[in-house]
Design a protein around this ligand. Sequence first.
Ligand SMILES: *[C@@H]1O[C@H](CO)[C@@H](O)[C@H](O)[C@H]1NC(C)=O
Ligand SMILES: *[C@@H]1O[C@H](CO)[C@@H](O)[C@H](O)[C@H]1NC(C)=O
Ligand SMILES: *[C@@H]1O[C@H](CO)[C@@H](O)[C@H](O)[C@H]1NC(C)=O
Ligand SMILES: *[C@@H]1O[C@H](CO)[C@@H](O)[C@H](O)[C@H]1NC(C)=O
Ligand SMILES: *[C@@H]1O[C@H](CO)[C@@H](O)[C@H](O)[C@H]1NC(C)=O
Length: 408
Amino acid sequence: MATSSSFILCSLLLCWVSSQTLATTSFQPKALVFPVTKDSSTLQYTTQIKQRTPLVPVKLTIDVGGNFEWVNCDGGPVPCDSPICKASGSAACETECLAPPGPGCYNNTCSHIPDNPYSSIGIGGGEMASDTTVIQSTDGRTVGKAVVVPRVVFTCGTTSLLGGLSAGALPTTSTYERTRKYDSSNGVIFFGDGPYVFLPNVDVAKSLMYTPLILNPVSTAGAYFEGNPSTDYFINLTSIKINGKAVPLNAALLKITDGNGGTKISTVNPYTVMETSIFKAFVKVFRHEAKNLTKVSSVKPFKYCFSSKNTPSTRVGPAVPLIDLVMHNSSVYWRIFGANSMVQVKEDVICLGFVDGGSNPRTSIVIGGYQLEDNLVQIDMEKARLGFSSSLLFKQTTCSNFNFTSSV
Ligand SMILES: *[C@@H]1O[C@H](CO)[C@@H](O)[C@H](O)[C@H]1NC(C)=O
Ligand SMILES: *[C@@H]1O[C@H](CO)[C@@H](O)[C@H](O)[C@H]1NC(C)=O
Ligand SMILES: *[C@@H]1O[C@H](CO)[C@@H](O)[C@H](O)[C@H]1NC(C)=O
Ligand SMILES: *[C@@H]1O[C@H](CO)[C@@H](O)[C@H](O)[C@H]1NC(C)=O
Ligand SMILES: *[C@@H]1O[C@H](CO)[C@@H](O)[C@H](O)[C@H]1NC(C)=O
């Protein structure tokens, strides 16, 4: 009984939908729902699920690159006899690794299933597991009955997690002070069709814009098998405008050539990463457009910071130049307001939340978690398209406004 569906992620500010194939044993829910939390120290998005009998809660990091991969990131390697390893149904155990200890090399580690019956779901590589999981259903408005989903695939261990992280520039979180704002960030993920209703009764499914998902024929994973396409979600970003002014870019970098270049989205990168020439041109135009704001010294990992004291705030964050990511059609663009472009790093300092990815990154632009927060993003595999809402703040709601009160 496979039913096709979509998945949505909405966290602190992050919303997401994706099309996936679900199979449930009992009744057919319209959609499934997961709470999302942003970890304030790692800046990773996590969710918690329950597996097996007796139910074991498992905390997982969300990596939307690929087919919605669930990565366990609770500390170091997962020991063979741990509840997570047992819950995963993994028969494989890495008992001894003779190389120096490090990612992918630990003694006594839960390992991938050599004969994975669910590999048709399409998650490549990693220390993988798949099992029966209990998840809440939803009608898109509130939480309904718990359902048993027999085939939830996730990765178990650290290899995949680090593989994901190495793709981007993860900032050292200790370099700047965190304010309370970052601590209680909640959101939601839906698997399945809309509506996606947020208090006070805003159905975001109705206001999505769409752009095609593009196949990158060469894997962008840290390690992959020759000939495998990328499981990341690539989109056809054709230009970037700031207050309507085009950022001069080398268009070749926006195309995918032999697997290199192009634009993808990632929840593993906390901030959008741009190839260095794109980054420099982007900052230049932004600075020009933001010249009435008071620049202050930069705060890592950001280059461009200014005082928030005399920056007026609006419902969609600080009043700063609007950034439009223009897609395949010039009238289809993803508008980024101050709430998603500016990061508050200290009391009176906000920084442009984009980072320099160096001169030769695999992918030219990686749209990161901060820019996705409080935006609803839908991955529609069936129609091979990505839907996006732009800031929900503009629609007077947030990703933390899903009603998690159960109706049963
Ligand atoms: C694993 O244990 C062996 C001894 O049994 C030791 O030589 C090796 O360094 C250990 N490897 C790691 C990764 O800890
Ligand atoms: C800077 O200019 C923008 C756009 O013209 C405006 O919205 C904003 O209020 C100005 N900020 C300051 C501090 O004057
Ligand atoms: C991206 O969009 C442009 C403009 O519509 C189009 O010419 C180009 O073929 C598209 N690229 C891909 C890979 O779809
Ligand atoms: C671009 O999008 C607009 C608005 O969605 C649509 O009316 C127009 O036909 C599209 N143009 C092309 C070339 O697809
Ligand atoms: C949230 O959902 C519950 C259960 O369906 C419902 O009783 C409650 O009124 C909802 N809350 C709001 C604010 O709509």
